[in-house]
Design a protein. Structure first.
Length: 454
């Protein structure tokens, strides 16, 4: 699936208007192909331009199109991909960038897949997988704190902390395995209790890392939170409050919202997909439009990770609850009673008012708790993807098992084989974060989060 021996090309600047657009090439023929597209002012050809240089000149395309620009030449291995890499920086014209890319493809380059430049950086050992993933996180960062956590991971912090633990595990594994041979000669290499203490130190460093990290959202799946309730309970008003803007129409007229509205809401740095399933009906379904709205709402409730069941404090009507549970028995339901400013009844639910803002901060916390997602740290926490956190937790569990075995042994050799299995398991999990142990499928999933050109 991943090859390194051809030359890839893509437009690597974002779509839309900008002052410059960038066409990027990487691979063995990158410089040769760029030579045919770009004429430098101060040299005969781009191939004469040294490594790490920028040459100004002109892009010259076969149909006579000419444009001023610059070529940045990076020669292997001193480039992002550790291959020959050229970036052509052109005036901000999308047709010009498309024509330049087309000319590069005609000259033998292959259109790069999503994330393929970063995949090459990973495959050539320039960066580890955690840093590669962080590149996509930097691009997708939705908040300042996400950007900072992603930058720290891109700088290699996650890799360094995992590598420190992996070194301890590898050294302990070597001692434990050597103890088998030494035991025959009556030599004790290390006391099992000391080895267990060393392992516990490594496990606690890894579990601290997992516990202190914030959740880095996987762009492919934000947790889906659906607002469901009787017409006029205030679902649209709550949606607008959580979004911090008026996304949907709020009206006294029941049935104003019929389609399912879906927006990304930022709950103090924790992102969710927030849906307003207004058309969820339980009584008679009048017309075709009602039926279509009801089916869309049913699907939204069925696929939700969390259902916010919105009650109206003036009626306290919670008769929808059973239907919601039937539609989605797997996901938690959080009952929220809106219009607390008008409440005359005592209702056992989280009281909020979309009108006055009462209870909305508590609602955000309840949503985050129900989904087990943490807010973005204001400090310097690292952000981890669910997959990475899972690997850390599995590694910690395996190390704890090994330490437990050593605790019960008089000699390390007595439990060496079992300890070896657990420590190898822990190292395998850590290797899935750094990318040392990784399948093509997993790489495919990770790099599909990127855009083309990155
Ligand atoms: P939906 O049909 O459930 O989406 O309800 P809307 O959000 O459209 O609200 C219905 C009506 O209730 C509108 O007139 C809102 O202004 C009003 N409303 C919504 N939330 C509150 C609230 O917390 N307090 C008061 N007093 N009125 C509210």
């Amino acid at each position: 699936m991943w090859t390194l021996d051809d030359t890839i090309a893509a437009i690597s600047s974002p779509p839309g208007q900008s002052r410059r657009t960038i066409v990027r090439l990487s691979g063995p023929d990158a410089i040769a192909i760029a030579c045919g597209l770009f004429a430098p002012d101060a040299a005969e050809s781009l191939s004469e331009v040294g490594a790490f240089r920028c040459a100004s000149g002109r892009v010259t395309l076969e149909d006579g199109l000419l444009a001023p620009g610059s070529a940045y030449v990076f020669r292997a291995p001193r480039s992002y991909t550790r291959q020959d890499l050229v970036e052509l920086h052109l005036p901000g014209s999308n047709p010009l960038a498309t024509a330049t890319l087309g000319a590069a493809l005609e000259r033998g380059a292959r259109q790069a897949n999503a994330g393929e430049f970063t995949a090459r950086a990973f495959l050539t050992g320039r960066i580890d997988l955690s840093a590669a993933e962080a590149v996509a996180d930097i691009i997708a960062a939705g908040s300042d704190s996400q950007l900072r956590s992603a930058q720290r991971a891109a700088g290699g912090e996650l890799q360094r902390r995992c590598a420190t633990a992996a070194t301890t595990l590898t050294e302990t594994l070597a001692l434990v395995e050597a103890s088998i041979d030494m035991a025959e000669e009556g030599i004790t290499l290390a006391e099992p209790a000391d080895l267990a203490t060393t392992l516990r130190g490594a496990a606690s460093a890894l579990s601290d890392l997992a516990a202190s990290a914030t959740d880095m959202p996987d762009a492919s799946h934000l947790p889906r939170v659906v607002l469901a309730g009787r017409p006029n309970a205030g679902k649209s008003s709550i949606l607008n409050c959580l979004l911090g803007r008026a996304r949907t129409l709020v009206s006294d007229l029941a049935g104003t919202t019929r389609d399912v509205v879906c927006e990304v809401a930022d709950l103090d740095g924790a992102k969710i997909a927030l849906l307003d399933a207004a058309g969820f009906l339980t009584g008679d379904i009048g017309c075709d439009l009602d039926l279509a709205a009801h089916q869309a709402a049913l699907a939204a409730v069925a696929e939700a990770d969390l259902i916010l069941h919105v009650l109206d404090a003036t009626t306290g009507d919670d008769s929808l609850l059973e239907a919601l549970r039937e539609t989605n028995p797997a996901s938690p339901i959080l009952t929220v009673c809106n219009k607390s400013d008008l409440a005359t009844l005592t209702i056992d639910a989280l009281m909020v008012s979309a009108e006055t803002g009462e209870g909305l901060d508590a609602l955000k916390i309840e949503i985050r708790n129900a989904l087990a997602i943490s807010p973005a740290a204001t400090g310097e926490a690292l952000g981890l993807h669910r997959r990475q956190k899972h690997c850390l937790v599995e590694a910690v569990d395996a190390v704890a098992l090994a330490a437990g075995l050593l605790d019960t042994a008089d000699h390390a050799a007595d439990v060496a084989e079992l300890v070896g299995v657990d420590l190898r398991e822990a190292l395998r999990h850590l290797g899935q974060i750094s990318g040392e142990v990784v399948t093509d499928d997993l790489l495919g999933i990770i790099f599909s989060r990127f855009c083309v050109g990155k």
